[in-house]
Design a protein around this ligand. Sequence first.
Ligand code: PMP
Ligand code: GLU
Length: 389
Amino acid sequence: MLSNRIQTLSESLTIAITTLAQQLKREGKDVIGFSAGEPDFDTPEVIKKAAVEAIEKGYTKYTPVDGIPELKEAICAKLARDNGLHYTTDQVIASNGAKQSLFNLFQATIDPGDEVIIPAPYWVTYPELVKYSGGKPVTLPTDDTTAFKITPEQLRAAITPKTKMLILTTPSNPTGSVYSKSELEALADVLEGTDILVASDEMYEKLVYHGTAFTATASINDHMFERTITINGLSKSVAMTGWRFGYCASAHRDLIKAMKKLQSQSTSNVNSITQHAAIKGLDGSADADIERMRQAFEARCDEAVELFNAIEGLSVVKPEGAFYFFVNHKAVELDSMAFAKKMLEEVGVAVVPGAGFGLDGYFRFSFATDIETIRKGIARIADFTARYR
Ligand code: PMP
Ligand code: GLU
């Protein structure tokens, strides 16, 4: 009954583990979850108010597929203000989460056999969606010795006549690495003269720590502006995961139009209430809340990184952004799937195995949880690690 296409697609591992941890909790098991890529904070009040107002004003009908004009204007204004990127409203599209922007982007650009370069460790969804579009993921391995960033030499060596796209995630899920302006410039030099597209996933843009500067990939120079498709949203930095809003910007109007066409035949517009609320997440109204949450993440990061690095057998590179530690557990004689499974069974701690992100010997730990829970969880991880070292 099932298509070959759907049978080769894997379920999102991050969602699967988080769902399992929640189910175990409901069954009364003492489980602490660090697997969810989701802020523990509530959505800022100013955004919730805008949603209530939208309901009261009766904004409950279908909207244009790509978003109401005010929302698209807010997206353009945000990209201009924060990133120095100047788009018109027919160069942006609002989607049901950044995930849908990515799905539509791959469907709209990738033909069978096209190669898509994906630095590993990668967010679990990219290779699956690329394969679903008929493309071939080409992974570029990195590790903690280069802070999980690809080098220009690596990129140059991976390019073939079939290379269609490079995916960059900055700040990165699962490692928290952030590409500096000069690192992006060096990658841009390699791409100059090619027609390779860059999908730049900037979901964690606002969550950077310790003075790290965020640079948007499309802002590097004119040819990067032309080839880069920026993916962003409010799920992470504005704590709006359940609202389902993301967006995409590209210099190519025909690409945005193609994505809109696909969306018109699948989900249509983003929820109309969400669209009105999202404007407040984009226009600066929630900036103080965003900064409050960022500071809380930074403080947790600082404390938790020390706790992890004090555990014999584990080590972690201090992340520059996002809210994950990608913890090296190679000193423990277990692969990452076994490590995560046993840790959940034996000490009730849920993390995501590195293998799911394309790099074994690591696990991803989300610090988007209160500090008390983080302390308790890391103490359990220390006990578990001591048993298997
Ligand atoms: N990109 C990255 C790197 C992510 O971690 C996520 C996480 N959920 C997404 C995109 C998708 O976000 P959403 O669909 O919730 O906007
Ligand atoms: N992206 C988040 C994560 O990495 C949420 C789950 C998902 O969408 O895969 O955990």
